[in-house]
Write a protein of this length. Structure first.
Length: 197
């Protein structure tokens, strides 16, 4: 019985990789378009926190179509041009990881903005403005982009067996990259959201 389940796991995984991302793309697109429509209303355009959520929704659409769609094609249907084209490999990895990190960091910015806007000190409240929001979003995109620039250097296309893959082929960098991703995307943002939330 257990051998039968073990033999079926790859087929189950393949079907999940074909079906689940389709629902993520459909419902994610609908949800993010609705968010964009809401956050671009005249009454919310003057609220700095709405600008962060608007930036997050636009970025989430980008993630859906760059990360989720390419993952669906790669894992579900074995269509992945980035496995044979070094330029596509590097671009895909850069945009997948940097846009994924931006999801967290836009929420951090919204948390900080809410903290500042509710401070008793008037100077802190003045920092919460549309001008500050636009500058913070631009600066965050720039910093995250620069922080992920190393992916253009270290990710590559190479043979593993008879097939080519877009991957990290230097073990030390792979470990460093995993630690970098863990700290930048998974550790620091939740800590900051806890502090300012």
């Amino acid at each position: 019985m257990s051998d039968d389940i073990i033999q079926r796991l790859p087929a189950i995984s393949l079907q999940l990789n074909r079906i689940v991302p389709i629902f993520q793309i459909i419902f994610g697109t609908i949800g993010n378009i609705l968010n964009i429509l809401i956050f671009t209303r005249r009454s919310l355009r003057s609220n700095p926190c709405s600008i962060y959520f608007l930036a997050s929704s636009i970025n989430n659409l980008f993630v859906l179509y760059v990360a989720t769609l390419t993952r669906l094609l790669s894992s579900g249907w074995k269509i992945d041009p980035s496995n044979s084209n070094i330029g596509l490999c590097k671009l895909r990895i850069f945009f997948v990881y940097s846009s994924t990190a931006l999801i967290q960091w836009f929420m951090v910015l919204a948390s900080i903005d809410r903290y500042l806007s509710s401070c008793q000190n008037a100077r802190y409240r003045q920092i919460s403005s549309l001008s500050t929001a636009r500058k913070a979003i631009g600066l965050t995109i720039l910093i995250i982009g620069l922080a992920h620039f190393h992916t253009f250097i270290w990710w590559s296309v190479d043979y593993i067996g008879a097939k080519t893959y877009c991957n990290i082929f230097i073990y030390d960098y792979e470990i460093a990259f995993q630690i970098f991703f863990l700290i930048l995307t998974c550790a620091i943002p939740p800590i900051l959201m806890t502090i300012f939330g």
